[in-house]
Design a protein around this ligand. Structure first.
Ligand code: ATP
Length: 588
């Protein structure tokens, strides 16, 4: 039953850790266990009651109306009690399992938000979705294993004791089936866990493919990739179907059919045994009734146990994947524990900063520069020269280990993260919009920002012109991603989003998207306005936009190769001059 790939010791550690998820809800599980034990006892007592009625009153015709009504009332009460116990046991166990599941999902989601960007560079989004949805569902099935083993064991043991008390030889006959049943369970669990695992792998692949095709929809259309993507999806979908079919086959063959067959065999043997016994002694009908009911009680939990045991292995595999996320140490950069600084002037200094994403390939080499409060520093360079990487480490999206970044002369790691996030406004090329409305996308769900402030910010960056034309203006619906707006409009909203927080430092990744000249001039004017009075680090793709910057840094392969004002750099006739000439040529 155990997978070859995960050593037994590790599996038991995983199981122990998974059970810890349920610890806060142990009250529910304990009451489920107690009620299922009580249920096993009621399941023994009800046939016993009928047996007494049949043998003492029914077959010998001594039952008065009072007795008959008495038995009927007792049986009815027993049956009601049985239903209540069944409900309580199922309900408390399932609620316990669901609550454990909710807590795992929450822990996973919280952990995802502590992981650094590196984790997301290395993990496809679809597989993360699979971890948080499918794998956590598997944990639910996994917890069900314990429920079915417990209730099954109670039922089997109590049925055996009851059979033994009625007819010892018959009970041994039934018990002789146990090794066969255990073998069937073992085989089923081993085979089906393999099938289940394959099934989940295929489902995860489906998720990845679906996610990829939604994210890349425009590229897929543009490069006419629909056919390839559909074929790939169909292939994975077909493989998924094959695993589902294998599962249905195994379930149909083993789950009820085999157990029913063994049950019928046991019943035949037991009845045969009673038949033989009746040749020598009187066998009471009630005894036969009770005994055969106990045989059914003995076999009934088997298919349940079989079915859920297959989830055990699968649960361990899912648990391992979940713990891999929970234990992942690609954490988001951490600030110094006693960080308490506040940013006052917004001076920025890079001091001999070097950086690598993977710890092997150095992307930035010994970068140093100072941006005085209120100054604009433009960063230019060819694609891949490291411009965004400067922003990535300055925003503390990625950790750097060599050199220092100072803000107001203090190490950036000495500021609490909320202070950095508050005082540093980031405007990216393409701004993500959240589901909600225009106003909520500007205030970004910060209730302290008033409607008046939102409108003032929008007016300041001149986003108000287009917002006022929308139906419902600031309450116009925004869908996830904000794709109903043009990229220029999204830029303007993101400017307003930044302005409303009034940051000391601005970090800009200038849009390269082709926008109409009117929006373009709105954007340029918006940028000029938000830069005023703020230290700005701006990646510029069009050099014309940073002509007036106090400093321009030219990057090449992660190194600063030139540094100065627009005029100084042009006079040098170096890399900047070449870039400028190139762009002048393009625009002419
Ligand atoms: N998340 C990442 N993981 C690993 N390597 C990365 C990552 N992001 C960028 N790189 C690498 O770092 C180098 C610099 O990339 P960066 O994005 O900083 O360049 P850039 O100058 O901003 O380019 P562009 O103008 O095209 O945006 C490139 O070689 C790139 O392959």
């Amino acid at each position: 039953m155990w997978s070859q790939s995960i050593p037994v010791k590790e599996q038991s550690q995983i199981i122990k850790r998974m059970l810890k998820f349920s610890l806060p809800f142990k009250g529910l599980f304990i009451s489920a266990i107690l009620t299922s034990a009580a249920l096993a006892i009621v399941n023994i007592l009800l046939p016993k009651l009928l047996q007494v009625f049949m043998d003492k009153y029914l077959t010998v015709r001594t039952g008065t109306t009072r007795v008959i009504l008495g038995f009927a009332a007792l049986y009815l009460m027993g049956t009601i009690l049985k239903a209540i116990l069944q409900f309580t046991s199922n309900y408390t166990y399932s609620v316990g399992a669901e609550k454990s599941l909710e807590s795992v999902r929450e822990q996973l989601f919280r952990k995802l938000h502590t992981l650094g960007m590196r984790y997301f560079d290395l993990t496809p989004a679809g597989s993360i979705v699979s971890r948080v949805t499918n794998d956590t569902m598997t944990i639910m099935d996994f917890l069900q294993v314990f429920a079915s083993i417990l209730t099954g064991t109670f039922a089997i043991v109590s049925a055996f004791i009851a059979m033994h008390a009625l007819n010892a030889r018959g009970s041994w006959l039934v018990l002789a089936f146990l090794p066969l049943l255990l073998l069937a369970i073992w085989y089923y669990a081993k085979y089906s866990s393999w099938v289940y695992r394959k099934m989940r792998e295929k489902l995860s692949e489906l998720n990845i493919k679906l996610n990829e095709s939604i994210e890349g929809m425009s590229i897929i259309r543009q490069f006419r990739q629909e056919k390839r993507i559909s074929q790939e999806f169909e292939k994975t979908n077909g493989e998924y179907l094959a695993t589902r079919k294998a599962m249905i086959r195994t379930n149909s063959l083993l789950l009820s059919s085999l157990i029913n067959l063994l049950y019928a065999l046991a019943l035949t043997l037991v009845l045969g045994q009673f038949g033989l016994l009746s040749q020598h002694q009187f066998v009471e009908a009630g005894v036969i009734y009770a005994f055969t009911t106990y045989v059914a009680n003995f076999f009934n939990p088997m298919s349940d146990m079989m079915d859920s045991l297959s989830a055990l292995q699968d649960g361990v595999v899912a648990g391992k994947r979940i713990f891999r996320i929970l234990d992942d140490d690609h954490l988001t950069p951490q600030q110094h524990p006693d960080a308490a600084g506040t940013i006052e002037t917004g001076e920025i200094e890079f001091r001999h900063v070097s950086f690598s994403y993977d710890g092997q390939h150095e992307i930035l080499h010994d970068v140093s520069f100072v941006a005085k409060p209120g100054e604009t520093v433009g960063i230019v360079g060819h694609t891949g020269s490291g411009k965004s990487s400067i922003i990535n480490i300055m925003m503390r999206f990625y950790e750097f280990y060599q050199g220092q970044i100072l803000i107001d002369g203090r190490d950036i790691k000495d500021y609490p993260m909320p202070e950095l996030r508050r005082k540093m406004g980031l405007v990216l090329q393409d701004s993500f919009m959240f589901y909600g409305d225009v106003a909520s996308n500007i205030r970004l769900f910060n209730p302290k920002i008033t409607d008046a402030e939102i409108e003032a910010a929008a007016e300041f960056v001149q986003a108000d012109t287009f917002i006022n034309q929308l139906t419902n203006r600031y309450h116009a619906r925004v869908i996830e991603g904000g794709t109903q707006f043009s990229s220029g409009q999204r830029q303007l909203i993101s400017f307003a989003r930044t302005v409303v927080t009034n940051p000391k430092i601005l970090v800009l990744d200038e849009a390269t998207a082709n926008i109409d000249t009117e929006t373009e001039s709105l954007i340029q004017e918006g940028l000029r306005r938000i830069r005023r009075g703020r230290t700005t680090i701006a990646i510029a793709h069009r050099l014309s936009t940073i002509k007036d910057a106090e400093q321009i840094i030219v990057l090449d392969a992660g190194k600063i190769v030139e540094h100065g004002t627009h005029d100084q750099l042009l006079a040098q006739h170096g890399r900047y001059y070449q870039l400028y000439q190139l762009q002048q040529g393009q625009t002419e």
